[in-house]
Design a protein around this ligand. Sequence first.
Ligand SMILES: Nc1ncnc2c1ncn2[C@@H]1O[C@H](COP(=O)(O)OP(=O)(O)OP(=O)(O)O)[C@@H](O)[C@H]1O
Length: 247
Amino acid sequence: MDATDDTTRVRVSGVSKVFNIRHTHSLKEWIVAKIKGRREATIDRFQALKDVSFDVRDGEAVALLGLNGSGKSTLLKLISGVLVPDGGEIGVRGKVAGLIEVGAGFHPDLTGRENVYLNGAILGMDEDEIEARFDDIVGFSEIGEFIDTEVKFYSSGMFLRLAFAVAVHTDPDIFLVDEILAVGDEPFQHKCLARIRELKQSGKALVIVSHDLDMVAGLCDRGILLQRGEVVLDGDVNDAVAKLRAY
Ligand SMILES: Nc1ncnc2c1ncn2[C@@H]1O[C@H](COP(=O)(O)OP(=O)(O)OP(=O)(O)O)[C@@H](O)[C@H]1O
């Protein structure tokens, strides 16, 4: 990333991502393939992202928009470092946190309390920081006495509550949110949105993936519209939403 530009938090430059897709066959096809000496499974390459480029700066809230399968979640996983690109580069400056896959970084056999420490450490907090923020995290999550229950007994909404609470208390520079807010009940969704707005107002960079177009239009300034892995519009969020709705 350009060292002179210290407001750029995320730089996506000419990024492409290819997945290998294994096809399995019916028994009949398998037998025919064996007789003919072919391998029983074929592998296709699927290009999920093609030459995607954009920057995200401090204080910007960017919505990644597109139909199912257009590459939004893949892009978010590349920015978070869960996936690596096959071409191009991803540059990130500062601490990244957020909710991409609920429960990633949580261990089912540990209690909520133990998972706060585990997940906090994964997100870059030391033990003293987690200790200092522990009551706020549990308070935000409204998990109450279930904090000492193993998280394998949590509902998907309880999981989300604790994961979101840890993520927002890590003081991130870049906050990533995938669709998953959808599993929270309405009061909790409002609370999360209010907290996301606070992060934006305090100058953090946000990247949000959602099919709730009214919500993203209210929250984000900028929209990046993906179509089959390519950026077809990068501009005002209302223009991106209108174009998507017109598909
Ligand atoms: N691990 C993987 N292996 C193979 N293909 C994958 C993998 N992850 C994603 N894909 C494929 O890449 C494409 C883009 O997926 P992605 O999840 O990024 O889409 P999306 O825009 O987030 O979709 P949705 O709106 O349905 O959540 C899809 O065709 C998907 O099947």
